[in-house]
Design a protein around this ligand. Structure first.
Ligand SMILES: [Zn+2]
Length: 460
């Protein structure tokens, strides 16, 4: 449970301008930076407002750093260090948000940036304008106190993370690769704090994500003659599309333990409560398959052991209950484990559907990311800072079952970590992409202190 005792660093950086930091986040939230897959629908003037805010309100970042705007929405700063032979750090964020839902159920208007005694409200307050402002306020603080850093710092903010990021962070990464930059560590959003209930252990747990699952959308289209429903023939476009969905979902992927999950299990082993799980974990190597199927049966852990299959969209051109459709299409979203490469999955799907009268198209494919090292000094620095800042005993590496822009950067460094130092209860975390998104002011201010320490230790 997160309460005041959760934060161990209280009397440090007391000259941090908290009210400015709080106002910054509120002002970021006021910009309606919603991203859409079709970027022509995006209002880039809202992104420009944030760019201008950063340029006007962080004098030290702008004194020591140079900014570049990418594809109208993204911005990255290069704050050159004194010693260019030393590896740089990249701190990532995204400026875009998903559209608000069920606006009548929010306590405050989604783009109000309302500040109350304990919370800041609004879309992006957790995902992830809070981290954007944490990065900016911590770097501003460090530069204002210590001047030019030894190592170069990159602040990279994308504008299309929520819609797969091919114009934002993807382009920034390409620019940095062209410059042949020497990168020591990348940090992006992610990592989770959860109660022991997640793995049924007696400790709360903090996960640093060292990789992420892959992605594949399958589009299934069926066509038929149409006409009156009283004479449907053997099947309609809708029947065929539904048969295809059933065929795919009834042939799930095998469960398996990857190296990261084995490391997670070895870390949590002393705290496991469930007897059956505990016994299995006494000999992970011999019980490999049994542990995988044990975890697969737990609803919240299944995604960690296998490729998931989620039918998400279906549409038909029929305008009435008595009208046969001519065209029906559906999307199934897959999150690929490291054991299933996109090219093999596509072959499997084509084979499964070979006798069903549908057209299959594959979209947005990306394999599971490379896995970052947990033996690096950078990973060790992160874990030691976490122990210093937060009252938590159990820190483990894990895989992100969703996706971030961070996977683009694995070609620049083996040390790409997804960890947000703004840690909130699971209940609050549920407001991400949901109703009434809000962040606690305590967690936000402590996040800034965490990043100040990280920057001071790594870059000065
Ligand atoms: Zn995010």
């Amino acid at each position: 449970m997160i309460n005041k005792d959760f934060y161990k660093i209280k009397d440090k950086y007391n000259d941090l301008d908290k009210s400015k930091a709080i106002n910054d986040l509120s002002n970021f939230i006021k910009c309606k930076t919603i991203s859409y897959i079709d970027q022509t629908k995006m209002d880039f003037s809202e992104f420009t407002k944030i760019h201008s805010y950063i340029i006007d309100n962080y004098p030290y970042i702008n004194k020591y750093g140079k900014y570049n705007i990418i594809n109208k929405g993204s911005i990255y700063y290069e704050i050159e260090g004194k010693d260019l032979n030393k590896p740089a750090i990249i701190l990532m964020g995204h400026l875009d948000v998903v559209p608000p839902i069920e606006e009548d159920k929010w306590d405050y208007e989604p783009f109000s940036g309302e500040i109350t005694e304990k919370y800041i409200y609004g879309r992006g307050s957790l995902d992830m304008k809070n981290i954007d402002c944490t990065i900016l306020n911590s770097i501003e603080y460090s530069l204002s106190h210590f001047g030019k850093p030894d190592k170069t710092i990159y602040i990279c903010f994308g504008h299309d993370e929520e819609t797969l990021g091919k114009k934002g962070q993807w382009e920034i990464k390409n620019k940095l690769r062209e410059k042949n930059v020497n990168i020591g560590m990348v940090i992006d959003e992610g990592g989770t704090y959860s109660k022991g209930t997640k793995y049924n252990i007696s400790k709360d747990i903090l996960e640093i994500q060292v990789g992420e699952k892959g992605y594949l959308d399958i589009k299934i289209e069926g066509t038929s003659e149409g006409g009156h429903s009283s004479n449907p023939g053997k099947s309609t476009a809708l029947t065929n599309v539904c048969n295809a969905i059933t065929k795919i979902t009834s042939n799930p992927f095998e469960s398996n333990l990857d190296d990261t999950l084995i490391k997670t299990i070895n870390n949590i082993k002393p705290y496991i409560i469930d007897e059956e799980f505990k016994q299995l974990c006494d000999d992970v190597e011999s019980n490999h398959d049994k542990i995988a199927s044990y975890l697969d049966k737990k609803l919240n852990l299944g995604p960690y052991v296998k490729t998931t299959i989620a039918p998400t969209m279906i549409s038909s051109d029929s305008k009435g209950a008595n009208v046969l459709p001519k065209e029906v299409s559906a999307i199934i979203n897959l999150r690929l484990s490291s054991f299933n490469k996109a090219k093999d999955v596509k072959e499997k799907i084509k084979d499964l559907l070979k006798d069903i009268d549908v057209k299959v198209t594959f979209l947005n494919e990306i394999d599971a990311s490379q896995i970052s090292s947990i033996d690096s000094n950078e990973y060790k620095l992160l874990t030691s800072l976490i122990k210093e800042h937060f009252n938590i005993d159990c820190i483990v590496p894990s895989i992100s079952i969703g996706g971030t822009d961070c996977c683009f950067y694995t070609e620049l460094t083996p040390n790409c970590y997804r960890f947000s130092p703004i840690i909130n209860d699971e209940e609050l975390a549920k407001t991400i992409h949901g109703v009434n998104e809000h962040v606690t002011i305590d967690s936000y201010i402590n996040g800034i202190k965490f990043y100040i320490d990280l920057i001071n230790k790594y870059c000065f």
